[in-house]
Each structure stands twice: as C-alpha cells, then as structure tokens.
Design a protein around this ligand. Structure first.
Ligand SMILES: Cc1cc2nc3c(=O)[nH]c(=O)nc-3n(C[C@H](O)[C@H](O)[C@H](O)COP(=O)(O)OP(=O)(O)OC[C@H]3O[C@@H](n4cnc5c(N)ncnc54)[C@H](O)[C@@H]3O)c2cc1C
Length: 426
C-alpha cells in the first residue's frame, strides 16, 4: 500500500490533532475497511485549537465544546485510539514504536504530528508565569492565570499573541504587546491590515511596542516572573507572560528514521514523504504548493483538513496532487480577519471599501490577484475564495473601477446567460 489503492491495509496515523482525526474520519467515510489506528500523545480526544486563544480563554466556549467528535464516533467506526508518544519509525519492519515499548505495524503510515510552541531563547524563559500556547493544557493554565494577573506582557504580535492579548484585555488585564519587527502580523498580513490591527488593540487600551527585542525574564523571587527586560535595559513589570513566537514542526521521529526533513517533513505533491509508505500532513508537512511555486509549511485548520482529505482519497484510490486554496481566519475583540490565498510575495495592493473597520485588501503579484485579506467583510472573503480557487482572473484596473465588488465580479464571470433554461418538471 504505497499510493494506497488496496482497501484493506493497516493504516496508522501518528498525531491525534486536527489533521490526524480528520484523516481517520475521511478514510472511513471513503470506505477504508482495514484496521485504522490513531496514536496521540495528549491523552484527550482530538480537539479544535482555534478557540484556545479566543473564546475558550474568555469563557464563552467550555472544554466540552472543543472536542471534534465524541468517543462514540471512534468506536462506531472502529478507529482504534491509542494514547502514547511515538518515539521511533522502524521503516524496514513497517512499524512504529511508542515510548513504553508498544509497537504498531502498518501498511501505510500518516505522520500528523503538528507543531509545538517555540520558547524564546533568553534567560528566565523557564520561570513560572512565562507561558506558551499550543495545547488545551496550556490554555487551561493560562485561563486560570488570567483570572489573577494584573499586568500581562505578550511577546510576539502574530496571530496567537494578538488573540491572546485581546482575551487578556477582555479579562480586565493591563496588556503590553512586544514585537521585534516594525508592525504586527509582519509575516502574515499586509500593511493596511497590520495598521488596523494595531489601532484595534490600542483602542481597547493595550500598549503595542514595535522593534523590541527581549533579552531576559526577571525572577521576582521564588522562581516566578516579575519583569521582561528589553534590549537597551528597559524593564516591563509582568505578572504573566505569553510567548507567542511561533511554532516548530514535530519532526523528531521522522528525522531519526532518515526521512527528508527541513522546516517540516518534506513531501511531494501527493503528500508522500521520501518513503512511499509514509505520508505527512498538516502543520508538520513541508509540501510543494503550485500557487506558491515553492515548498510551504502552513499552520491552519483548512490546510490540516485539506491534506487529510487528499491522503484519505489517495489511500482509497482517488489520486490527485494537492493544490487547495489556503485560507484562514483570526478573531480579535469583535473583529474578524479572514485571509484567502497566498499574499506573502505581493508587489501591489488595493483597498476595497471606505469603512476603516470593514474593508478588504486585494494583493496582486505581476498584475494577478493572489490573496484577499478581509476585515469584517465575510462576503468578500467567500467571493475571494471562489475567485482564487477557480483561477478567475482579476486585474488591478478592473478592481479599481468605481462600484467594483468581488461578489459582482464573481457573478459576472460565473453566470452563463447563454445556457438554456431548465425545463419545468412535468
Ligand atoms: C492557539 C491556537 C490558535 C489557532 N487559531 C487558528 C485559527 O483561528 N484559524 C486557523 O485556521 N488555524 C488556527 N490555528 C492553527 C491550527 O489549529 C493548526 O494548524 C492545526 O491544529 C494543525 O493540525 P495538525 O493536526 O497538523 O496539528 P495539531 O493539531 O498540533 O496535532 C498534532 C498532534 O500530534 C501530537 N504528536 C506530536 N508528536 C507526536 C508523537 N511523536 N506521538 C504521538 N503524538 C504526537 C501532538 O501532541 C498533537 O496532539 C491555531 C493554533 C493554535 C495553537
């Protein structure tokens, strides 16, 4: 079972997060009848991570609402759930070994090990009160701390840092966000969106400091953080620190087994690793994307689900290459930011909409639309996804015309005025 056309082979999935759960679910949905084992090291049912930095922290969503599926979902579909950490891929014998010595044989192995939060490489990062946010356990600890903390410092103005900062402010904390670069979302969003996000946090009373490198966390006594020191010596008092400085893909067992690993487990366009009996999906996979013209590692629910679907299709006989349109969302305070497409290498941009709190930014490269970022404009986002996924052309001149809307453009390009009317039912 390499490309995987046999329906009865043993499939083992390592990592019971969004991508792992989803691939097991899709495999059964598509008729995989062989043994199916889902191994995860968190000891809980697969859950949604997005609310961990948002509604879970503010108490709008409880733990029981995070589970992707109840226990019965797995038992009814004969998906064997195993709790444990896979420490070795024994490729020659086609089996995985857990830390406690248990082994599981496979015909095809799916690596869905995700990523883990990075810790800042400065002294004091291990102090109590300095947290990262990746897992439900991280979020539960932060939620408890937020109820007690007065002064919160967030290191890193990426999505997780900013979402946590919003939740901390909504919990009544004094919030300072530190960012090494010159603006928020420097790697992920355009300048107009970044400016909006900065204004949004400032309007809610948070302080954002850019171009700030941290050099140390100070111990206030008893091993608990009391301040964050910046390059230049300034100290910011802190009861609680969130380090939102990105995530590192979990690749150790893959790398030790000799699979090709760079910033993620390297795959081809079919999401197969350098071993044709092993696929890699979700946050841990570094895969070629035709829209990027290069290999990418994407951390989003859409990517995890899209990868899971492609691998389940392949293992049940429908083979295609991966080219799903990337999209994601972020919620901060009552603002929703949605991004469709890949805008990181844009050379031109155009803002749609006059309302400073509801607009979209169209990003172009070499005159072609590559991404749309929408702030509180859900209809633009949905239209953008269809335009981009369908490769429906849109040039800057057209988009700049008075009265232009993405939805209008989509309708004009997808309606078929010449098609014959459907006959009425007899
Ligand atoms: C706080 C937070 C907020 C987010 N918000 C959004 C959002 O708003 N929108 C969006 O699109 N995306 C968001 N994301 C990203 C999204 O949640 C991830 O892209 C998605 O969870 C990736 O799924 P995955 O299955 O690849 O990895 P994960 O969900 O990380 O699952 C991987 C699992 O594998 C386990 N594992 C790792 N190594 C082993 C091993 N050796 N043995 C056994 N198990 C192992 C891990 O413990 C983990 O349980 C957010 C992420 C975080 C952390």
């Amino acid at each position: 079972m390499t490309g995987g056309r046999e329906r009865g082979g043993r499939i083992v999935i390592v990592g019971a997060g969004q991508a792992g759960y989803q691939s097991a679910a899709f495999l059964r949905e598509r008729g995989h009848a062989g043994p199916l084992t889902l191994i995860g090291d968190e000891g809980v049912l697969a859950y949604e991570r997005p609310p961990l930095s948002k509604a879970y922290l503010t108490g709008e969503v409880g733990e029981e609402q995070l589970w992707l599926r109840p226990e019965t979902f797995y038992t009814r579909r004969a998906i064997e759930r195993v709790t444990g950490s896979v420490v070795a891929l024994e490729r020659a014998a086609r089996r995985v070994r857990l830390g406690d010595g248990r082994v599981y044989g496979y015909d095809h192995l799916v690596m869905a090990t995700g990523a883990r939060a990075r810790t800042p490489a400065v002294p004091g990062a291990g102090l109590r009160g300095v947290h990262t946010l990746r897992t439900l356990a991280d979020a539960a600890a932060l939620k408890t701390q937020l109820a007690r903390a007065g002064r919160v410092v967030v290191v890193g103005a990426g999505f997780v840092g900013l979402e946590f900062a919003a939740a901390a402010r909504q919990s009544g904390c004094q919030v300072t966000v530190l960012e090494a670069r010159g603006r928020p979302l420097a790697r992920t969003a355009s300048a107009p969106v970044a400016a909006h996000v900065a204004r949004l946090h400032e309007a809610h009373g948070s302080r954002l400091l850019f171009g700030q490198d941290i050099v140390r966390f100070h111990d206030g006594g008893g091993g608990r953080v009391a301040a964050v020191e910046l390059a230049g010596g300034r100290r910011l008092p802190a009861d609680l620190v969130l380090a939102g400085v990105g995530a590192t893909p979990c690749t150790a067992p893959a790398e030790a087994a000799g699979l090709r690993v760079e910033d993620g487990i390297v795959t081809d366009s079919w999401l197969l690793t350098s071993d044709p009996h092993i696929s890699a999906i979700g946050d841990c996979a570094l895969f070629p994307h035709p829209r990027a013209g290069t290999r990418l590692r994407v951390e989003s629910v859409q990517n995890a689900v899209g990868h899971a679907r492609l691998v389940a299709d392949r293992l049940t006989g429908t083979i295609r290459t991966y080219d799903d349109l990337p999209w994601l969302w972020s919620t901060q305070f009552s603002t929703t930011l949605q991004i469709a497409g890949l805008g990181h290498r844009h050379d031109d941009e155009l803002v749609l909409g006059q309302d400073p709190d509801a607009f979209s930014v169209l990003l172009f490269r070499n005159g072609a639309l590559t991404a749309v970022e929408s702030v509180n404009r859900a209809a633009d986002h949905m239209a953008a996804r269809r335009l981009l996924a369908g490769n429906i052309p849109l040039g800057r001149l057209e988009a700049a015309a008075p009265g232009f809307t993405l939805h209008g453009h989509l309708t004009a390009r997808t309606s078929h005025p010449t098609s014959r009317p459907v006959p009425a039912a007899a």
